[in-house]
Ligand binder design. Structure first.
Ligand SMILES: O=C(O)CCC(=O)C(=O)O
Length: 275
């Protein structure tokens, strides 16, 4: 049977309009049922780990307890490898990072500077961060000379359903273009407050397998989870090929060997040649 969701998805004029306007898009059914099943089956095998410990090439990242548990380098786990260059979003990510046929593509079209699995339980959340008012290069939103030039396009994948009470990602639509800091920003305690309390922020509800594509310049974070159980997401951050890794984690030799040339270039655009 033909699996239509695995065809390469290219951005449409409607995508461009709403991405420009709001700073994010929801890509329905980005993952197939089989992909979702395999990813969740892998997650179910992860043992209790402490911060700094690794399991099959993924790393339990030290971070605020409130943010939940992050496993960095989730693309090392075979069910997540396809996410590197997944047909449901790779052309979208390239289009919004932009720079086709320019100096920005010197090492290839695009680069993943961070990828992780996040598991969050009742009471956990991530605080509001980013916004157009910051104006920084790495997260920037820009449309110029007939193309997008975004510093970081995130693909956040829902690995289970995320509805009311589940600690949904929250965004302030349009804030990627904001010239002003949200007035509540200064009163919020980073690492403590969730985004539920921020005027203008909306919850993005997703079904398992949907992807949220957003420019990192948008003000975002998450609601506090009030339901029991666990929210499961993973995030792949794409930027220009000249970027660098966000943290000290690097793709392993065995991963690089297992990837096809397109995927390898996305995780390691300018490998150092041994002389
Ligand atoms: O956990 C979330 O829902 C938001 C993720 C986030 O803040 C980020 O990717 O920077």
């Amino acid at each position: 049977m033909k699996n239509s969701i695995q065809e390469r998805r290219f951005p449409t004029a409607k995508d461009d309009y709403f991405f420009d306007l709001r700073g994010y898009l929801i890509l329905k059914n980005a993952l197939s049922k089989e992909e979702l099943y395999d990813m969740n089956a892998f997650i179910d095998t992860i043992p209790e780990t402490k911060e700094g410990e690794s399991y099959k090439g993924i790393y339990h990242q030290p971070q605020h307890a409130k943010f939940g548990t992050n496993y960095q380098q989730i693309y090392e786990a075979p069910p997540f490898r396809k996410c590197i260059s997944h047909p449901s979003w790779i052309e979208m990510a390239k289009h919004y990072v932009g720079g086709k046929d320019t100096f920005d593509w010197h090492h290839g079209p695009i680069f993943i500077d961070e990828n992780f699995l996040n598991l969050r339980s009742e009471g956990q959340a991530i605080s509001l961060h980013s916004g157009g008012h910051e104006g920084i290069m790495r997260t920037q939103f820009r449309y110029y000379n007939g193309g997008f030039h975004c510093g970081q396009i995130n693909i956040l994948l829902a690995l289970n359903n995320i509805g009311p009470g589940d600690g949904a990602t929250m965004v302030i639509p349009g804030s990627h273009k904001s010239n002003f800091e949200h007035p509540q920003f200064k009163t919020l305690n980073y690492g403590k407050d969730s985004v539920d309390v921020v005027e203008g922020a909306i919850e993005v509800h997703l079904k398992a397998g949907d992807a949220l594509l957003f420019v990192d310049a948008i003000s975002h974070g998450s609601a506090a989870r009030t339901n029991s159980g666990q929210r499961r997401i993973c995030v792949f951050r794409y930027g220009p090929s000249w970027g660098n890794f966000r943290f000290h984690y690097r793709p392993s030799g065995s991963l690089l060997e297992a990837l096809n040339p397109e995927e390898r270039q996305i995780v390691s655009p300018a490998p150092i040649k041994k002389s």
